[in-house]
Ligand binder design. Sequence first.
Ligand code: FAD
Length: 485
Amino acid sequence: MSTRIPHYMIVGGGITGLSAAFYLKKRLESEGAPFRISVVEKSPSFGGKIHTLEKEGFVIEKGPDSFLARKRPIIDLAYDLGLEHELTGTNPKAKKTFIVRQGKLHPMPPGLVLGIPTQMTPFMKTGLISPLGKLRAALDLVLPKREVTNDESLGHFLERRLGKEVLERIVEPLLAGIYAGDTFKLSLKSTFPQFRTMEQKHRSLILGMMASRKNVAEETAHLPSAVRNSVFVTFKKGLQTLVSGLVAALDSTDLRTGVGVASVRQSGQQAEVVFEDGRSEMVDGVILTSPVHQAAKMLAHFPAASELNKIDYISVANVIMAFDRKDIPFELDASGFLVPRSEGSTITACTLTSAKWLHTAPDGKVLLRCYIGRSGEQEWPALSDAQLISKARHDLRSLLGLTAEPLFTEVTRLMHSMPQYPVGHLEQIARFREELEAAMPQVLVTGAGFHGVGLPDCIRQGKEAAWQLADRVSAKEPAVTAGSV
Ligand SMILES: Cc1cc2nc3c(=O)[nH]c(=O)nc-3n(C[C@H](O)[C@H](O)[C@H](O)COP(=O)(O)OP(=O)(O)OC[C@H]3O[C@@H](n4cnc5c(N)ncnc54)[C@H](O)[C@@H]3O)c2cc1C
């Protein structure tokens, strides 16, 4: 007779799953007892939405491209992996961002934070908002706070604080890059809980945002000095660096790609994982980190799992184009531009990638990335590559006068990739988790569909789930069986 070594399984090898495995390993190693961890990923490679392509000297991100520097979990992870020297910030000479209004590019007024004005003089001068729209936004300074305890939609909140124009012409296009969603369907509490706190604490969103700016130095103190002045940060060779770093740190772990999980159920004190090829394995704890609809399928026998299907996902596509610098008829002193819905363009934004991130193109070359697809425009990402390229080039011609033939193009489609947290999401998720714990204590479900879509939020969620699972498994009586693993 011997004590069985606890076996943990992480399903999904995106950033959430790899972070969960990494922090679980770290914790269990620190406790000194033997353990076994497996990571099973359905696709042929790890990384999930993260996909960096190196081509002809360009560093091309086909999924996420960077992260908010002030969010600690990803910076902590970079230190944990010894990758902090690989971090890089944005080009200080390309800080400007433009927003399209009636077919023309307008500079975004300085002092906007997530679209909320924190400097009133430049905001009052912008051509993006009408005089009435500016007055309506300034009303935020005097309007009383609303005593709300329930969740409300992000759009509803922003409209009642700042008015329709600021919402439609500035905030919505800015936030489209994160959720691509309909702000009137997105939960305020799950997307920007800080807005609600600001209203409750300062009465006004503008005053609250101004007050939060005073903490910037504190918020960036954890950053390596080389990137301390950058709002967004990435890795010099792309985000794949993080994925490779995690995979390397998990060297003694059982890492499997090309292995899909079909179902997971509680079986006594263990969980039974059934794979898509019909094989099955008994493990002591499982963390599901796939997009929520896949998790709902794996838990189809569990009635509360149908709750997860209430979370919609938006599809997006990107058209990435490389050019010769000599063919670009405009200054490369900006990070890009955003296109509000009302403009009727196909592209929702364009990043002047090689201007914003100097490491992404060789000398004399330029990289641009056009974004396509948001709620209400879901037919676009399904178009053929040729149609997407043609539509993106049409928009760049009319907005920037760019007519040159690209050196090459890369089209990415991320179908059903951006979770849309509905109003009441937090409460729904809390109920679901309570029921799951009661029925299947050995199974945890987490990832971008739950508490934050940004890479740092996914890392935090992976780490939290790892610690929770380790607590639950160690709280059980040690299982005793003949033989060992
Ligand atoms: C176009 C786009 C741009 C973005 N840009 C940014 C950005 O710049 N900065 C930022 O911070 N965030 C960005 N995000 C958000 C961020 O990239 C994602 O939220 C994050 O990568 C999700 O990680 P995850 O591990 O939770 O999920 P995923 O990356 O989706 O990983 C889940 C994994 O589970 C696997 N899986 C699914 N089903 C099964 C199964 N049955 N069995 C086994 N494995 C399975 C999948 O193959 C996948 O690899 C962006 C997202 C998109 C779509």
